[in-house]
Design a protein around this ligand. Sequence first.
Ligand SMILES: Nc1ncnc2c1ncn2[C@@H]1O[C@H](COP(=O)(O)OP(=O)(O)OP(=O)(O)O)[C@@H](O)[C@H]1O
Length: 341
Amino acid sequence: MENLLIANKINKYILEKKSYENRNIFKKIKLYFKKNYIKKYILKNCTLQLNKGESIAILGRNGAGKSTLIKILTGITIPSSGDLIVCQSKPHLRESHFLKNIGVVFGHKNSLVWDLPLIDSLILHKIIYNIDEAQYYKKLNYLLDILNLSECMESKVKFMSLGQRVKSNILMNLLHSPALVFLDEPTIGVDIESKNQIREFINYEKQHNKTSFIMTSHDSTDIENCSDYIHVLSNGEIAFSEKTFETKNTYKNKTQIIVKKLNINKEIFNPILKNNDIIFKETINSYKLTIPKENERETLNFLLANNIVSFEIKAMTFEDIIADMFNIAANFNNEEEFEYE
Ligand SMILES: Nc1ncnc2c1ncn2[C@@H]1O[C@H](COP(=O)(O)OP(=O)(O)OP(=O)(O)O)[C@@H](O)[C@H]1O
């Protein structure tokens, strides 16, 4: 299979001057003459690869490093270290064959000309990318049809709805038929119908044109429906990498028990949490236990034996699965102190 992307141990860090607060005066003076910095990793040892026609989803809590990773893979930001080849090129060199092979859509940003009709931005894109006339109209008609945008061609971008703008950004970034498309939160703020169109479109492009996708999304349905692989980032490190269907299968055999907090102290659960297969999470109103199905009876007996009766047993949804993954991945340390001479 053709490799479109190979990233090996990508790091991105920033240096932050170390704080001297809460130290005694002698230490403060000593530290003042040394240049003590904190090396703060935004991304640490990120390794991933992608083949033609495949799609990967980069997940993680706010601030996990997803957008930074996309910016590095697209050459917008330079990594501090690591090896990276995307479409046979080093992204930060911004070579023309690399740029022609990728499409980049940031769901929260608009790359269309605000005051002009959509058609004008598309023609500008055609000229910049030097797209052949016949290929341009063939691709345009196909994209207008599949993204349901035909009526927007003459509309000024500033008068379009958010969903129409997001879909138009996707359309424009696919006109030059890139092999690899980056979608950073493509369905953010978009209504359900448009979300479904975007998801169907991604799958259609993958299947029929072997286009590859790398996307980030906080919407679990995007991930469940459109990704072949999941990479979970936590504090800049890839904590999990799995095939999406494997993740779904693993969690098919799990159940969630939601216990109402009332006056229950969380320490009461300690005996059952010795089982490493049980995932525990505290929320404002409840304690959530994700347990293997085979431990269900034993766990229920434990709850009843401890007079815990206000609970609900729930089948796992894909959103619960992702929340659990974030929960497990939460404790990565990404700071390293060092002296910089
Ligand atoms: N140039 C920079 N200088 C300092 N800190 C940065 C820089 N770029 C990113 N960060 C920090 O790195 C972390 C990761 O940011 P990033 O935007 O990649 O997160 P994210 O996973 O995309 O978050 P979200 O889901 O909220 O969009 C954040 O804490 C951010 O403040």
